[in-house]
Write a protein that binds this ligand. Structure first.
Ligand SMILES: [Zn+2]
Length: 331
């Protein structure tokens, strides 16, 4: 894979005890040292115009000023430093690069993965929240649409949290499909099955304790057919790794192999649609599991066949999937 990476993303300083720390990117880089075929690219930072295409300019002005003044706590979870605006621009720029490169072709080994921070999917049009300032995946999706490189973009969010920001930015838009599988009841509390927008918002809130088989069933029965019907030109994965069974902040049980299987499913989907495929980093707070997760995405696209789980989906998953299949009119 090719990884979009910028040292500027290390300058977003959240303090000593924050789970979203620069050590996350360091751990990923350390893990990738042991893999073959890893290439790094430093893309240009996102312009203020590109960020302003999905965020209110007044909010952007306020954020820039907040960082220029040295930062601090934007809210109890969301901390900025004087390096945050530059880091956010760099992270959004890597995501734009990933979207553009994904559309330019060179699948599998050349698949782009934007390794930026701060993460993005909780950032709404006019506010930062949940460790996120600029919605990287949203900036990337909007920029390829504005450039005329894609007509329809599907964002698939497998982070354990609901990407309320991405949903908020694109709700009711017919050219961006937002699909999310997340832990029900976890921060920020949004993402109920009933939240479908104009039919281009798909939320699969799985109960705590769900694992590989549940995520895969949700992909096979919902994300896959809905994305096919939408006929995406580009699939961007909002790739958080906090649904991992050893992640400290969720109660989900996805294994490292589960991320390989999800990657393989989405790669097949992209191939069948002749769509571009790119990844944008979101959360993931266990340094080892985060590093392993990114590593296994890379290995899967590099040709390693994943192994199907022997465990069945939880009892609660099937009725939820049936309800959503009805809601989305899937045969
Ligand atoms: Zn998350």
């Amino acid at each position: 894979m090719r990884f979009g990476y910028s040292e500027a993303c290390l300058d977003h300083d959240t303090g000593d005890r924050h789970p979203e720390s620069p050590d996350r990117l360091r751990a990923i880089r350390e893990g990738l040292k042991r893999k073959h075929g890893v290439e790094y690219v430093e893309a240009d930072p996102a312009s203020r115009e590109a960020i302003g295409a999905v965020h209110d300019p007044e909010y952007v002005d306020e954020m820039v000023e907040f960082c220029d003044d040295g930062g601090g706590s934007w809210d109890p979870d969301t901390v900025a430093s004087d390096g945050t605006w530059a880091a956010a621009r760099a992270a959004a720029g890597q995501a734009q690069w990933a979207a553009a490169e994904a559309l330019a072709g060179d699948p599998d080994r050349g698949t782009p993965f934007a390794l930026g921070r701060p993460p993005g999917h909780h950032a709404v049009a006019d506010d930062a929240m949940g460790f996120c300032f600029v919605n990287n995946a949203a900036v990337a999706a909007q920029s390829v649409i504005d450039d005329g490189a894609a007509d329809r973009v599907a964002i698939f969010d497998w982070d354990v949290h609901h990407g309320n920001g991405t949903q908020d930015i694109f709700l009711g838009r017919s050219d961006v499909l937002y699909s999310s599988i997340h832990e029900e009841g976890l921060y920020p509390g949004t993402g109920a099955a009933e939240e479908t927008g104009e039919g281009t918002t798909l939320n699969v809130p799985l109960p705590a304790g769900s694992g590989d088989a549940d995520f895969l069933l949700a992909i096979d029965e919902l994300v896959d057919p809905v994305t096919r019907r939408f006929d995406a030109d580009l699939i961007l994965v909002s790739a958080g790794f906090d649904a991992h069974r050893h992640d400290p902040i969720s109660r989900m049980r996805v294994s490292t192999e589960g991320y390989a299987l999800m990657t393989d499913r989405i790669r097949t989907l992209a191939r069948d649609l002749d769509a571009g495929l790119g990844f944008v980093l979101e959360g993931g707070y266990g340094l080892d599991t985060l590093s392993e997760g990114v590593g296994i995405v890379h290995e899967t696209l590099d040709g390693r066949p994943p192994i199907e789980p022997d465990k069945q989906a939880e009892d609660a998953t099937e009725p939820l999937i049936e309800e959503l299949a009805t809601r989305f009119d899937l045969g």
